[in-house]
Design a protein around this ligand. Structure first.
Ligand code: PMP
Length: 328
């Protein structure tokens, strides 16, 4: 018989899928690393398990303990699966801009969920960063996973996602493009790929309202770059330790409208039902057109599934309300 001993064993080994229509104007081949095939429907399953296993090994997480995390939903899903299989309690602290679906899914998976305001500074005691830290201190036997600064996040992608992409492309990959939030995906995959071939270019997708692009280009952490935005999962108002700026060759920023419109287009033109950051990522690839030539093999990573956005980017009323539909 061929079976996985538990759901965690099915994490990873996701397919690479060619894009055919949206990328028709590009000179190169574009392949999507399709992370929704993970059991929690996102790339984050990989790092959630890695963070827990490393914490167990270091003695930070003891049998029956409580995991606390600030999460936009996908990491929470990964943590929830691992917590259930391994017998831990999970508390997720989430910001109120995240979709209701994400919150409901976390609850369905047995997590306790705290919702915090988005539009406060990270240092504000009401922010989800501060609330997660406080709960981890207050609760006995609690461990704060901290996906932003916990380098097990990058390690997961260095040891699994990166090698998978290298092997799936027979080492022919020339560019890797990924949205950047905690930075774990781009830093882990990017440093693995550069260790195999330093000529591979690593491009980050950022949002308007986030600090990454300006910081990468100037070394300046510019607070003027920070303002509320709609795109989910990417961009930050902090510099997480998991963003390794040295291995990133450049960033391109995608607008909220383009990210939303291209999330819809991926579904309608490529039959790829994906989350909002996938729309940003593919629009980012199109913006980088001048960097690609005929023989290039571009891999773009799609982080999560469309089901979490049915009330938003896949809802025309919501799209209209945000001004994302051109009535003409
Ligand atoms: N897209 C989505 C939907 C996400 O949840 C995340 C994680 N915040 C990202 C992109 C960015 O990935 P990373 O945190 O590894 O930079």
């Amino acid at each position: 018989m061929k079976y996985a001993k538990n759901i965690l064993e099915t994490i990873g080994n996701t397919p690479l899928v060619k894009l055919n229509r949206l990328t028709a104007d590009l000179p190169c081949m574009v392949l999507a690393k399709y992370e929704t095939f993970n059991p929690g429907n996102s790339v984050k399953d990989r790092m959630a398990l890695q963070m827990i296993e490393d914490a167990e090994e270091k003695g930070l997480l003891k049998p029956g303990g409580t995991i606390v995390e600030g999460t936009s939903g996908n990491t929470g899903m990964g943590l929830a699966m691992a917590a259930t299989v391994k017998g831990y309690k999970l508390i997720c602290v989430i910001s109120d801009k995240q979709s209701k679906e994400k919150i409901d899914i976390l609850k369905a998976m047995g997590s306790e969920v705290y919702v915090c305001p988005t539009d406060v500074s990270p240092e504000d005691p009401r922010s989800y960063y501060s609330t997660a830290k406080r709960l981890a201190k207050e609760i006995q036997g609690a461990w704060y996973a901290n996906q932003y600064d916990n380098l097990s996040n990058t390690k997961a992608h260095f040891s699994s996602t990166g090698p998978e992409i290298w092997e799936q492309t027979d080492g022919k990959i020339t560019h890797f493009v990924s949205g950047v939030g905690t930075g774990g995906t781009i830093s882990g995959v990017g440093s693995y790929l550069k260790s195999k071939n330093p000529d591979i270019k690593i491009w980050g997708i950022d949002t308007y309202g986030s600090v990454f692009k300006k910081y990468h280009e100037t070394g300046i952490f510019d607070k003027n770059e920070i303002y509320p935005y709609i795109t989910e999962g990417i961009g930050e108002d902090i510099l997480p330790k998991n963003v390794n700026f040295e291995i990133i060759d450049g960033f391109t920023k995608v607008t909220d409208k383009d990210a939303a419109v291209y999330t819809q287009r991926l579904a309608r033109e490529e039959a790829m039902f994906l989350g909002n950051s996938a729309g940003a990522a593919i629009k980012g690839v199109l913006q980088l057109k001048e960097h690609f030539t005929k023989d290039d093999v571009v891999v773009v990573l799609f982080h999560d599934h469309g089901s979490r956005y049915v009330g938003k980017m896949f809802n025309d009323e919501w799209m209209r309300e945000k001004g994302f539909i051109d009535e003409s």
